[in-house]
Design a protein around this ligand. Structure first.
Ligand SMILES: [Zn+2]
Length: 368
């Protein structure tokens, strides 16, 4: 179907509309699949082309998938053709007489709309079930803390300050170990002869390790962001300008640490649970300001982990101090009011004046 569409597309012919039925004569195996699965493919192709014609920049024209990539099909529930037997742990799919044994992640109520069966490139099968249900969200807990400030670090994953004090969250050890194993598997694959049996085995091992790391990291990020959202009413993070930083030398560790994913999770969970998510302007000097007296340390170098405030003599841990400043932003009342400097750094890195601004924190003004 895609081939015919692409041929017409390349010849600049008008794309005609056709149904998957016409292929069944030539490709009898298509009869083995339920017709709704084929229909969904047709709909997906049509949507992909429609998106492409609507916005060619954002949506490239559809392409063929590689055999080794993730493969999937979606089918809809008609007259109870898709069922889950929670007791026996079986999933019933159209065209299959017997249920498929599944490892169920959780029970659900509601009407099953569709199911997507996918095979990942590490050879595992997943079924994702779309359900129509009344109670959409998990229970909302009363926050214990009014606000929290989160400093994203390289040494520690994050440093958090809220009403109860500050704490650091380390990169999980199992992730660091898993990444070490990943590098070993990568080296092992590169030593294998291309297209040999051993190289295929090594590729599979590598794909499995990649999948393990992705799952483990997502699990860690989901649990951490959920815990933070549960505990605090206002969550403040710095705008680290992930995309800008990714181009620099720090790239590897940042893309690995999953900051941008973490911020995305915090943002949508805040929306779900009625919390406020604030991302301060990236020119807000959260690390350079002394949280005690408001002095701004212009000499603070990126590698300085601790520093003494020349004005009040406080010994600062860089990350803890930054998270405290962000916490103050969350409280909406910076107790530390700078005497000489504006709370907002008014210069951009190239020395040109920049409009002072602080996203969503309009109340942040300098009092003298
Ligand atoms: Zn100070």
């Amino acid at each position: 179907m895609l081939d015919e569409k692409l041929c017409a597309y390349k010849k600049k012919e008008r794309l005609k509309r056709f149904t998957p039925t016409k292929y069944k004569e030539e490709f009898p195996f298509l009869r083995e699949v339920d017709s709704l699965a084929l229909c969904n493919v047709q709909l997906q192709i049509e949507k992909a082309f429609k998106d492409h014609f609507r916005n060619r920049k954002q949506f490239k024209h559809p392409k063929f998938k590689k055999k080794r990539e993730k493969q999937s099909y979606t089918t809809n529930n008609v007259h109870n053709s898709i069922r889950v037997d929670f007791e026996k742990g079986l999933l019933y799919l159209p065209k299959l007489r017997e249920g498929v044994k599944i490892e169920l992640h959780r029970r659900f109520d509601g009407k099953i709309k569709s199911v997507t069966v996918s095979r990942t490139n590490d050879g595992k099968y997943y079924a994702s079930i779309l359900v129509e249900t009344e109670n959409l969200r998990n229970k909302v807990v009363e926050p214990k803390s009014k606000a929290c400030g989160i400093d994203l670090g390289l040494e520690h994953f994050v440093t958090v300050t809220n009403d109860f004090g500050s704490y650091k969250v380390e990169h999980p050890k199992y992730l660091l170990k898993a990444e070490e194993r990943l590098r070993r598997l990568q080296r092992s694959l590169s030593r294998k002869q291309k297209d040999s049996k051993n190289s295929e085995k090594a590729r599979l091992r590598l794909a499995r390790q990649h999948a393990y790391i992705t799952n483990a990291r997502n699990d860690f990020l989901h649990k951490l962001s959920k815990a933070i959202i549960d505990e605090n009413q206002v969550v403040v993070v710095e705008d680290i300008n992930v995309k800008g930083l990714l181009k620099t030398r720090l790239a590897k560790s940042i893309s690995d640490s999953g900051w941008s994913k973490f911020l995305t999770y915090l943002k949508y969970k805040a929306e779900w649970y009625g919390r406020t998510f604030i991302q301060v302007d990236r020119f807000f000097p959260s690390s350079k300001l002394c949280h005690r007296c408001g002095h701004k340390n212009e000499d603070l170098a990126p590698h300085d982990r601790t520093w003494y405030c020349p004005r009040c003599g406080e010994n600062h841990d860089r990350d803890v101090n930054a998270s405290i400043n962000l916490y103050f932003v969350g409280l909406g009342r910076p107790e530390v009011t700078p005497v000489e400097q504006s709370l907002v750094d008014d210069r951009s890195p190239n020395g040109l004046p920049k409009k002072p601004s602080c996203n969503e924190t309009g109340s942040l003004t300098t009092k003298c």
